[in-house]
Ligand binder design. Structure first.
Ligand code: CP
Ligand code: NVA
Length: 301
């Protein structure tokens, strides 16, 4: 593993190894056991979109590992003024030991990896959010012990989160069902891959997707970059909500995940979010541990 550009690049074995290391690093952090695997290493963190969790967890993660995190806002970088990514990649490769980037186009992340000579980590694009889904898988394993025989249901937009969850769930042997409005399905190639490699359904009916689910997941109706569509999406997605009625068709011990930020009263009710705050905030915490595992795998000598 040289980069983390998208989850579909990883094998189930590689994902399991990341999750095992994440569990170990979490144990070490909780017990005050030093784990400074990246002493003297610098991670550049390029943000072309806002972030709370990704920024803070990568920054703290690098500090925990004895390395140095460098926050690089695209407002200040020449990349924001049109410097080509192939030049930025080659320049930053001379200074840094790794780059985490949050941006719009997946191609930009792939090009950084193509032209640079250091590990690149995708911290969210319009296409996918692999770091989030590694944390989600870690949280599912903590609560359910194994992935075997589980059904994951996603309610809402066929966006970056549903693309990565679909890949993560199918790779780890779970069933994946998504309920989304017509025209808002996940990536077509990924859906084809999912149906050829596991148990996958895409429906307009929330109740069908959530039936007997072990894990329910949702995400915002309008993602970053879709602000202009927000009003239209409020109408289209109005019935795509995790609420008490939907929870009633899932398994009685179903867990709920949300990558956050959440919009209470839109994709999830305040009631369900608060009833499942334990797993949702464990999920947020696990960003730190899962990403530290990725950093060690990619950047340790
Ligand atoms: N879930 C997530 O990526 O959160 P941020 O946008 O706050 O980084
Ligand atoms: N789908 C959301 C996820 C935020 C973490 C977005 O892209 O804005």
């Amino acid at each position: 593993m040289k980069h983390l550009l998208k989850l579909s690049d990883l094998s189930a074995q590689e994902i399991t190894e990341i999750l095992d290391l994440a569990d170990q690093l979490k144990y070490e952090k909780k017990n005050g056991i030093p784990h400074k695997h990246l002493e003297g290493k610098t991670l550049g963190m390029i943000f072309e979109k806002s972030s709370t969790r990704t920024r803070v967890s990568f920054e703290v993660g690098m500090a925990d590992l004895g390395g140095y995190p460098l926050f690089l806002s695209s407002n200040d970088l020449q990349i924001g003024r049109g410097e080509p990514v192939e030049d930025t990649a080659r320049v930053l490769s001379r200074y840094l030991d790794g780059i985490m980037i949050r941006t719009f186009q997946q191609k930009e992340v792939e090009d950084l990896a193509k032209y640079g000579s250091i590990p690149i980590i995708n911290g969210l694009t319009d296409y996918c959010h692999p770091c989030q889904v590694l944390a989600d898988l870690m949280t599912i394993r903590e609560y359910k012990r194994s992935f075997h025989g589980l059904k994951m249901c996603f309610i809402g937009d066929g966006n970056n989160m549903s693309n990565s969850l679909m890949v993560g769930a199918i790779k780890m042997g779970m069933e994946f069902a998504i309920a989304c409005p017509k025209g808002y399905e996940p990536d077509a190639d990924l859906m084809k891959w999912a149906s050829e490699n596991g148990k996958f359904t895409c429906t307009e009916s929330c109740a069908d997707a959530a039936k007997d689910a072990d894990i329910l997941v949702t995400d915002v109706w309008a993602s970053m970059g879709q602000e202009a569509e927000a009003k239209e999406r409020q109408k289209v997605f109005a019935s795509y909500q995790i609420n008490a009625d939907l929870m009633a068709v899932a398994k009685s011990d179903a867990m709920v995940l949300h990558c956050l930020p959440a919009h209470r009263g839109e994709e999830i009710t305040a009631e369900v979010l608060e009833a499942h705050a334990a797993e949702i905030f464990d999920e947020a915490e696990n960003r730190l541990h899962a990403q530290k595992a990725v950093l060690v795998k990619l950047m340790k000598d």
